[in-house]
Design a protein around this ligand. Sequence first.
Ligand code: XMP
Length: 353
Amino acid sequence: MRKQALTYDDIQLIPSFSKVISRKNISLFTKVSKHYYLCAPFVASCMDTVCESRMAIKMADAGAVGCIHRFLSVENQCKEVAAVAEHIQKNELQKKWMLLSADWKEDFMIPVMAAVGVNDDFIERAVALVKAGANIILIDVAHGHHELVKLAIAKLKSVLPKHVDIIAGNIASAQAAKDLETWGADGLRVGVGGGSLCTTRLKTGFGVPNVTCLEDINAVTTVPVMADGGIRTSGDIAKALALGSQCVMLGSLIAGTKESPGQIIEKNNGLFKRYRGAASLETKTVHGKEQRNVEGESTVIPFKGGVKFVLQGLQDGVRSALSYGGAENLQEFKPDYLIVTNAGLTEAKPHLL
Ligand code: XMP
């Protein structure tokens, strides 16, 4: 038992000596899984109000990736994946990724990601998704340090072609990371109970604050880590990357955009979209699931316009962070941090207005 755990607001990164002349030259090239690379370290979360093909296509245009959610029939999820794969097979996209990052090589495969569970039809679903063009399958379960995930990785590895990577999660401990890696995971989705709509910690008492969670896991793993849940700003992204994560998964930050699934709602002279937890009552109801084990909320959030501009803002913020950290790329970005008090946190936000 340890006495204290930290999350993003508990720390601030310490600026280090920098020789970075222009933020434009900073590379955000990274890995999302053992064999797949990104030009920007962002993954759209596999939630039904975050990522279908429209979102995944815009993510790809930005050098990032979207994970197509699994709350669809196999046929419909495959259609979404096929639409993304078709966009990705275009020559222009390869050229775009080469322009986005000098590290991108022509023979790299642009990632196409889709989620499966560990029950019912998940094998036939995964096989169909790969036929439709997916090359990364993400095992999307709330408690990834689980026998069923071990069995699912083994089964998926035995039936899917070799070029397919498996990302598994969610996990929140070093032992889980070691085990999932031993079981064959090519990437880890890390974070339990920290998402903006999660009620897991309230319902169950389980979960690990994000900074401690990422530190513990990044200390022992050799496969790429995707920090997931609770990321509200580009500063949080910088902290997750500084702690050794290769990329971040985004929910609330890119929900409410033009490309997130769902209608724009006009209310009180404003524009909104719905954002709901994967384990919320609303999601379970909409998808005809049993209305038990609810561990998430649902809400409306202000409409943000095109996700392209949100991603640009995030990239600008992360590039700026690397410049403060004296790093020209994510591999060099290893700033130290300090634990801050509440007064420090107040100072960190605009406090005149
Ligand atoms: P953010 O903070 O980016 O979090 O909005 C997105 C992540 O939250 C997780 N997620 C859930 N966790 N109950 C939970 O405990 C839920 O209903 C739920 N829905 C999503 C998930 O990891 C996602 O990527």
